[in-house]
Design a protein around this ligand. Structure first.
Ligand SMILES: C[S@@+](CC[C@H](N)C(=O)[O-])C[C@H]1O[C@@H](n2cnc3c(N)ncnc32)[C@H](O)[C@@H]1O
Length: 342
């Protein structure tokens, strides 16, 4: 089956398609699954999701993630346990599984991955400063209280600034799990070409790879250690209507960290608009993408068509480096965002 799926985006339910992939055949799984926030579950419907995300800040139709329902976590756990069991089966021994998550549901997602047999190796954090604060004032409810105007005003003053428990969310956790190696790390690496992480990859200003990543400049120290390239205007594609497109640089960073061979197969079972497959293609890796929504599959295919394998800098013939901080480098090949420190 893998031959038919390699370098393809497959339309279908992930659980069904995964059943058709061979045991021990995938080098890396990198995905951004539905988080079961409101309607964003495994039946993720384009129109419903578009509608709920459109109504952010409107009291009667709360933004995604605000309708707190304790069942969400359990449902996510049960479903993701089945997904993770399949991923465990099809990953090569020692293969890595990286999954984006949400701060509120991380524990359920990580437990599902753990209970499916994976070793939880780490938790990456994608750090950012810009996000819509979701905490709400209670003034709207105070207005509806059965009391006089004076009491309402006093209550509003008393609770001024006290809001529902949703302060600005500024990070996304990424579960890092690994299928058990066969024998030692070395035996496993020699047999399967997976199981170790590539510490030659650089982040920030030529720094050792870290589990904190940022894609926007924040301040000098954070940028120095954690910054990846900011998403360009073009990378998403004007035609891309997906609601949660991730930066290609994050996928590239993880693929470089976790895949050794150029023949490595990177699987994204919830590929959305194709960010992970695009990153894999640019790095010359093989990919398999799955999504249950035909509109997103079309978008992913279009992005893949536009994506070219990264041939490195035309001027110096080296592969792109990570951070274009012109001021702090000696050579800056602007046309290709290429940076060298002499
Ligand atoms: C958070 S989005 C992924 C976005 C992606 N990282 C990107 O950059 O475009 C999750 C995706 O999972 C898909 N999805 C939801 N349930 C699914 C299922 N049961 N099988 C396959 N795909 C599913 C949705 O259509 C959605 O595109």
């Amino acid at each position: 089956m893998n031959d038919k799926t390699i370098n393809k985006i497959i339309l279908g339910d992930a659980l069904e398609i995964l059943l058709q992939i061979e045991d021990n055949s995938i080098d890396l799984v990198l995905t951004d699954p539905p988080y079961f926030l409101d309607k964003m579950d495994n039946k993720w419907n384009y129109k419903t999701v578009s509608n709920i995300t459109k109504y952010c800040n409107v009291v009667k139709s709360l933004p995604p993630g605000m309708k707190f329902d304790k069942e969400q976590g359990m449902k996510l756990y049960e479903w993701f346990l089945e997904v993770s069991k399949q991923l465990y089966r099809i990953l090569k021994p020692g293969g890595f599984f990286f999954s984006f998550s949400s701060p509120r549901l991380y524990h359920r997602l990580a437990s599902a991955v753990d209970d499916a047999g994976f070793l939880i190796r780490d938790c990456f954090i994608w750090l950012y400063t810009q996000n819509q604060p979701k905490a709400m004032s209670l003034n709207h409810f105070i207005d509806k209280l059965n009391c006089d105007e004076k009491m309402r005003t006093e209550l509003k003053e008393k609770l001024n600034g006290w809001k529902t428990p949703q302060i600005k969310s500024c990070f996304e956790p990424i579960v890092v799990a690994q299928k058990k190696c066969e024998k030692t790390f070395l035996d496993n690496m020699l047999k399967y070409n997976v199981g170790l992480l590539n510490t030659n990859v650089r982040i920030g200003e030529e720094m050792f790879p870290s589990n904190v990543i940022a894609t926007d400049e924040i301040n000098e120290d954070i940028d120095k250690y954690f910054l990846l390239p900011k998403p360009s205007k073009e990378e998403k594609g004007k035609f891309n209507t997906h609601r949660s497109v991730k930066p290609i640089a994050i996928s590239e960073y993880i693929i470089k960290l976790a895949t050794f061979s150029e023949d490595a197969i990177v699987l994204d079972p919830f590929a959305g608009s194709g960010t992970t497959p695009v990153a894999a293609k640019k790095l010359g890796r093989k990919f398999i993408g799955i999504d249950s929504n035909s509109e997103y599959v079309e978008i992913a295919l279009k992005r893949l068509e536009n994506a070219e394998k990264d041939k490195g800098c035309e001027i110096c013939a080296e592969k792109l480096q990570f951070i274009p901080l012109e001021a702090k480098t000696d050579v800056f090949h602007k046309s290709r965002n290429c940076v060298f420190i002499k």
